[in-house]
Write a new protein. Sequence first.
Length: 299
Amino acid sequence: MTVARPGLNQREGTLPGGADAGPTVARMRLGARLRRLREEAEISREDASVAIRSSASKISRIELGRTSIKVQDLTDLLRLYGADKADRESLLALSRHGSVAGWWQDYGDSAPTWLKPYLGLEQAATLIRSYDAQLVPGLLQTSEYARAVFTLPGGSAGERAERQLALRMRRQEILHRADPPHLWAVIDEAALRRPVGSAEVMRAQIEHLLEMSRLRHVNIQVLPFRAGGHAAGGGPVILLRFAGDQLPDVVFLEQLASAIYPSSPTELAYYWDILNHLATKADPPIASAMVLDQIRREL
């Protein structure tokens, strides 16, 4: 089973996912185009940094979309690169979009710094692939299951847990919008059989997975115990893909209190291959639905 990269269907300077895509993708798209302009002009990062009175490392961060850029610095770079009027207008528009706060800023500390870049990327993705070994994926959790997750020992409590829950439910809206991303989730059988909350919470969660699996843009596969070991380990793996070829894939590896974003072409290819391997070892969607129904009846 493979998923091809979707074709480009956005104009230059516009963003998939609408306004909810937030500043992250705008900065990445701006950075990618600045890098292309710099390379076409045969200008090194060191020489570019002199034009904005900065360093080569800052040029690198700008080109990766990891930091915003001041209008004056952007204007100076575009002049140095010999950008035409159309490029200048388009990139200045992207710069303005990249400075706007994302909707998740309203959720305060329930959206930690290391998560915020991912939230913007998730909103703009056209394909979301994931593997989870411990828990049901966040985009597929019911509110009661998510509340049980957030209040596990060592987790949150009270108002903060409720804010985390509200953020998770807000994220799930992308699966019900007019142009939803394709979600392809491989879930380890252990995550489905591990009790989180009461038996009623688990039963409702499994029923929700069955309901979501009926949506045309949602693929759910169960990785059975009989599949044995694999290279993904026990942590969740998420890979995001975007329309066209202007942005590279993004891998998100969430940890207990932080996250890793592998970004080299070799790493991106490695995780794409890992997810392909897991999808091959997992039961196909129809058989997975039968497994889910069996687990539901056992609860």
